[in-house]
Ligand binder design. Structure first.
Ligand code: PHE
Length: 470
């Protein structure tokens, strides 16, 4: 009993020093910077390409609206109401002990994602460097076949090289370490508030130029053409997984960032704005990539290499192309780094508050694990790089487990907690900032989605894709 009291006093001390973001706009940029990342620029186009275009986008949008949005609002609710990390939050809200598992799952999933995310971020940084060095300039003077051959080889050596991919992976890890050590306001907030507007500008520039290419209309057709016959259970699961991944939900990120949201913030409004902006960014990136794919006769189904091959190939053939390649990979590096910040903050906040260690130590601990395990498992040339589990490399396995299993399951538990184990009045109080916002109707809609529709949809998609619904 006394021990518990002492623990609580200790926790309250941590609680008092707890930071928050400083304004509504800071909350918006921070949460959006988590959402916008490699998911939008690298995963979204490649998944749209391999899953047949418009129909996939349609399913994805339905998933975002009916599932991701209510899960995001639920995470914000849990975070701000408790003002704790993912594990401590459920304690603070007097959740049945079982729900603590949600917090631990979050810590595990964010780490798994970090392992492969930092690898892809490393590729992006290395492409930025190549572009700055002018490596892609000569592509423009080669024939299309020669250029394609060259760029495919460049990608293979970038990801398969002996030592360089590992070194590149360390660079984003290092940046993120420095920023996260600086803290919530001085680190995350400062970086995201200055970088997000630049990111938007860069995306718009690339998109406008891509849309002026000859194959633009074919690219747009591909994005808008909806062939319902391409919809399969595994495609729906992939779309749902992406809807979780892109909005950074189902891993406790939005619980953690939610715990830094100011008291006067309209969290439903913020979730809506983040969802909308994130979707716009994805579509804009799609509009930048697919016209290019069709103009130059590339395959939209190229998968993970799509971004890395198309962008240099295409832009090297137009005026000021090299500058554009630099811009594009710069924006991708920025987006990747900022999403990594939010991934790292989950285990870091957990270690600070639950294990009682200093921020700096927590960050260095997590980032060292990311570096070591990430390097060992992700790179084909490393000791564990060639091992396959269930026919998948560690890279694909971590991606599959986090996006297609852990995120939907954790998301489901989060929404069940809010829908079934939380007092309705608490939800109304928190989401209306103690009735200072006039948003009763939006809360009501949210509540219905969270209690009935979203959990049922997640469950159906999940069981169906496992083949359990016949
Ligand atoms: N949303 C990020 C992206 O689209 C990835 C991410 C997932 C970040 C989960 C945090 C938590 O790239």
């Amino acid at each position: 009993m006394i021990l518990k009291e002492m623990k609580n006093i200790e926790k309250n001390k941590v609680q008092k020093k707890r930071e928050t973001f400083s304004s509504g706009i800071a909350v918006f940029f921070a949460t959006l910077s988590s959402a916008v990342g490699l998911g939008n620029i690298w995963k979204f186009p490649s998944m749209v390409g391999t899953n047949g275009g418009g129909a996939f986008i349609l399913v994805y949008l339905v998933a975002v609206l009916l599932v991701s949005l209510p899960v995001m609002i639920s995470e914000f609710y849990i975070g701000r109401r408790s003002r704790r990390n993912t594990v401590g939050a459920f304690d603070k809200l007097n959740a049945p002990p079982f729900f603590k598992i949600v917090g631990y799952l979050g810590v595990i999933s964010t780490s798994l994602i970090l392992f492969f995310y930092s690898a892809v971020s490393g590729w992006v940084y290395s492409y930025l460097f190549k572009a700055i060095k002018g490596d892609f300039k000569e592509l423009g003077s080669l024939t299309m076949d020669q250029a394609t051959d060259k760029i495919t080889k460049a990608f293979d050596t970038t990801i398969g090289g002996n030592i360089s991919p590992m070194l590149w992976q360390l660079i984003p890890i290092l940046f993120v370490t420095i920023i996260i050590i600086a803290g919530v306001k001085q680190g995350i907030e400062k970086v995201t508030k200055t970088s997000m507007p630049i990111l938007f500008l860069l995306i718009i520039i690339t998109c406008v130029i891509a849309l002026s290419l000859d194959g633009a209309s074919q690219g747009i057709d591909f994005l808008l053409k909806i062939d319902l016959s391409t919809i399969t259970p595994s495609m729906v699961l992939a779309a749902l997984g992406l809807a979780f991944f892109k909005l950074s939900i189902g891993v406790g990120t939005m619980i953690t960032y939610g715990s830094y949201i100011t008291d006067d913030n309209s969290m439903i409004g913020n979730a809506f704005k983040v969802m909308l902006s994130d979707t716009l960014v994805s579509i804009t990136v799609g509009l930048a990539i697919f016209p290019a794919v069709f103009t130059f006769g590339l395959e939209p189904t190229e998968g993970p290499a799509l971004l890395f091959n198309t962008i240099p190939l295409v832009f090297s053939r137009i005026p000021f192309g090299n500058l554009l390649i630099i811009i594009f990979f710069l924006l991708t590096s920025l987006a990747a780094t900022m999403s990594m910040l939010s991934l790292v903050e989950v285990p870091v906040a957990f270690l600070i508050e639950e294990v009682n260690i200093k921020r700096k130590t927590a960050v260095i601990f997590i980032m060292s694990i990311t570096a070591i395990v990430g390097l060992l498992t992700v790179h084909p040339q490393s000791i564990l790089g060639n091992i396959k589990v269930f026919g998948l490399s560690f890279f694909d396995l971590f991606d599959y487990i986090s996006s297609n299993i852990l995120m939907p399951v954790t998301g489901l538990l989060i929404i069940i907690f809010v829908g079934y184990f939380t007092r309705k009045s608490d939800i109304y109080n928190e989401l209306s900032n103690n009735h200072s916002l006039r948003n009763k109707w939006t809360i009501r809609i949210f509540y219905l989605l969270a209690k009935y529709l979203a959990p049922i949809l997640i469950l159906i998609v999940f069981l169906n894709s496992l083949g359990l619904l016949g």
